[in-house]
Design a protein around this ligand. Structure first.
Ligand code: NAP
Ligand code: F7E
Length: 323
């Protein structure tokens, strides 16, 4: 039997993987973190907990590695967070994005089916699946209309999760998470690009910040609390799909206003629109209706947008000071 107190996280070196590992450790889990081979070590986000996690080599492109990890460690819960997750890159690398973000889900589901099909599974689905939105706000029943190879790959990952649940009776759940950010966010995503850019301008290291579409709107929440929703989904008797969001939407322009203001700077004096950051097809507006997660999981976003942006600006100013 797989152990219910042992969890496997794919993508443990990422933003969400690091917060989820912390949460599971605090709940007394034995945490197995899958890491892919690279020529340089990339464990910054988990350095503070590295000695408490068991790191194992594997890749969602390689089903044998997944089978071996599952056979050896027999986790009762598997959180699939691994993906090529940057939307812009997905136009440049659509096939790789499909391999990792779409087919990677089938590889791991199939490996679970062949080893311990009673293990519980979480799939990191995304609000990018809603793309050119069919209704506002978006909920679990809203139709998908993805606008990027990444969004298309996530739609595949979502439906294969539903399919394994229905075909094999697996406890497979899909969290449709809207954008969530933190001081651990990758530097290429717009929130962190802005807050890190503000910190560099404040420190006198840069004078301008080049961005793309300032009008696009997102439902931005705090990653540290979104991982709680992932875990709670796997504690339910029945697997299901849930939207996880704040219910508020803000533009990139508002993000800039709040972030520069936090550092005592005027955003209009520094932000330059550069068309290299525009996308071939944009997702103009996302805002989630997380009432199902609230009713069934008791989950609700607590950290507001301004608080989140200010937290990230403060963390980046502090980071640059220490560097
Ligand atoms: P992230 O910071 O980009 O982390 C992605 C993780 O996936 C990294 O640990 C990365 O490893 C790993 N990975 C990539 N390709 C892999 C492969 N072929 N095999 C094994 N591991 C691989 O992303 P995140 O923000 O934490 O997001 C976590 C998941 O939630 C992703 O699936 C993302 O698409 C999804 N999601 C994110 C958001 C959001 O707003 N953050 C919203 C909805 C859904 P390396 O460190 O080696 O690169
Ligand atoms: O872009 C606009 C850009 O790259 C947000 C991923 O975690 O969340 C994330 O995907 C918006 C877009 O995130 C720049 O055009 C303007 O409209 O921060 P982002 P994303 O594409 O929403 C979803 C839920 C995921 O699942 C993904 O994995 O900001 N924008 N100027 C810019 N974006 C970037 N990156 N850089 C700019 O200069």
């Amino acid at each position: 039997m797989p152990s219910t107190r042992r969890a496997l996280i794919t993508g443990v070196t990422g933003q969400d993987g690091s917060y989820l590992a912390e949460l599971l450790l605090s709940q007394g889990y034995e945490v197995i973190g899958m890491v892919r081979r690279s020529s340089t070590v990339n464990f910054e986000r988990i350095a503070h907990i590295q000695d408490r996690i068991r790191l194992v080599p594997g890749d969602v492109l390689d089903e044998v590695s997944l089978l071996e990890i599952l056979r050896e460690h027999r986790p009762g819960e598997v959180y699939n967070l691994a993906a090529q997750s940057f939307v812009q890159t997905s136009w440049r690398q659509p096939v790789f994005t499909g391999e990792a973000t779409a087919l990677g889900v089938t590889r791991i589901l199939d490996a679970i089916r062949l080893t311990d099909p009673e293990s519980r599974f979480y799939q990191a689905s995304s609000s990018e699946m809603f793309g050119r939105v069919r209704e506002t706000p978006q909920n679990e029943l809203t139709s998908f209309y993805p606008r990027s190879p990444y969004g298309v790959a996530k739609v595949y990952g979502h439906w294969i999760t539903v399919n394994y649940r229905e075909s094999y009776g697996m406890h497979a759940s899909s969290g449709i998470l809207f954008n969530h950010e933190s001081p651990r966010r990758g530097l290429e995503f717009v929130t962190r690009k802005v807050t890190h850019g503000v910190a560099k301008i404040k420190a006198g290291l840069e004078t301008e910040l080049r961005l793309g579409n300032l009008e696009s709107k997102r439902d931005w929440g705090y990653a540290g609390e979104y991982v709680k929703a992932m875990w709670t989904m796997l504690q339910q008797d029945e697997p299901d799909d849930y939207v996880v969001a704040t219910g508020e939407t803000h533009s990139v322009r508002e993000l800039c206003e709040i972030a520069f203001d936090r550092a005592g700077l005027d955003w209009e004096a520094h932000v330059v629109v550069d068309e290299q950051f525009l996308r071939p097809a944009e997702v103009d507006l996302l805002v989630g209706d997380a009432s199902k997660a609230r009713a069934k999981l008791g989950w609700k976003a607590e950290v507001g947008f301004a608080e989140l942006v200010q937290m990230m600006v403060d963390a980046d100013i502090d980071l640059l000071r220490r560097q």
